[in-house]
Design a binder for this molecule. Structure first.
Ligand SMILES: [Fe+2]
Length: 315
């Protein structure tokens, strides 16, 4: 039985020892300040959500993920689950109501309804000419806006866990996520990676909103955001590299599963943030697949992931 069908990924919540440094990183990354309090930082993108990232002054802990519910009734359903909090008023910028849950690795999962919205920012980008369609930009010159380009929206979260099956089952049953691709090693029962997307019926959604991947360690592998386009991924890669302060983790390349063009960077405390463009979008009728690690874990182009990325978990 599925408890609810979550509507959207909302934001990751984490701690940072220095909010100025965190804001500086996220600004180079393409997010903009939504609000800053004495002990928390909220960053937004170009879409209409109040924020897409929440950071609390503290240590280096990953606290968990938040999702938007489609209705307040969904919060009532979740509040009845074992271990769930009651419906709480969110006493922070953006507001709204929430229910807190714990997923099988102990991370907090918040499901929110009624967070305030802000006017979306329209980001103008020129169309790209292609070989078979060379006149998308007739008579117009390609002149890119300056970096950092604005992040459009949040994409997905990735959990490293020794309990892939238990974790993915929890998310699929609690938040109504559905299988896009499950990846096995050796025996077909041995699922070591599971890509799940939202179930919004006929509506098309990202190939995955959550990826659970096997690791001896438990933690956040990365959180991801959609850049404006492939040019934005490349030009901002150069921008972040030129800042000279941040560790590059992997990319640029194009994934096979999800198909997005990716670029991965660490924040000052090793939490990996991905910028991507051009993902596959599926609806519920597209179904899901089970495939081997040899078929599934490869890039369509780009270098193999380094060990420090594959084994990464920010607790
Ligand atoms: Fe990703």
């Amino acid at each position: 039985m599925v408890a609810i069908k979550a509507a959207e990924f909302a934001f990751p919540r984490m701690e940072a020892p220095d909010l100025d440094e965190m804001e500086e990183f996220l600004t180079h990354f393409g997010l903009v300040r939504a609000e800053r309090t004495s002990d928390a930082l909220y960053m937004r993108g170009a879409d209409g959500h109040h924020h897409l990232h929440a950071v609390h002054k503290g240590g280096t802990k990953f606290i968990g993920f938040a999702y938007h519910a489609a209705s307040e009734d969904d919060l009532k359903r979740l509040a009845k689950l074992p271990g769930a909090s009651g419906i709480e008023t969110l006493n922070e910028p953006g507001g709204g109501k929430r229910v807190r849950l714990k997923e099988p690795n102990g991370y907090q999962i918040e499901v929110i309804h009624g967070m305030s919205t802000v006017p979306a920012t329209k980001v103008e980008r020129d169309p790209v000419n292609t070989g078979s369609d060379p006149l998308r930009r007739k008579g117009r010159l390609m002149r890119l806006s300056k970096s950092p380009t604005m992040i459009q929206r949040i994409g997905h979260g990735v959990l490293s866990t020794p309990k892939v099956k238990e974790t993915v089952t929890w998310f699929r049953e609690t938040l109504g996520m559905i299988r896009s691709d499950d990846v096995y090693a050796g025996d077909k029962e041995n699922v070591i990676g599971a890509f799940s997307r939202l179930d919004r019926g006929d509506e098309y959604v990202d190939h995955h909103v959550l990826f659970c991947v096997h690791n001896e360690k438990t933690g956040l592998n990365h959180v991801s955001y959609e850049a404006q386009d492939i040019d934005a991924v490349f030009q901002d890669h150069e921008h972040i590299k030129n800042v000279g302060k941040y560790e590059h983790m992997w990319g640029i390349g194009r994934h096979l599963l999800g198909s997005q063009v990716y670029d991965y960077w660490s924040d000052p405390w090793g939490r990996v943030h991905e910028r991507w463009a051009d993902t596959d979008r599926l609806n519920a009728a597209n179904g899901g697949h089970l495939l081997s690690v040899e078929e599934g874990f490869q890039s369509q182009w780009g270098e193999r992931p380094p060990e420090r990325f594959i084994g990464h978990a920010s607790p």
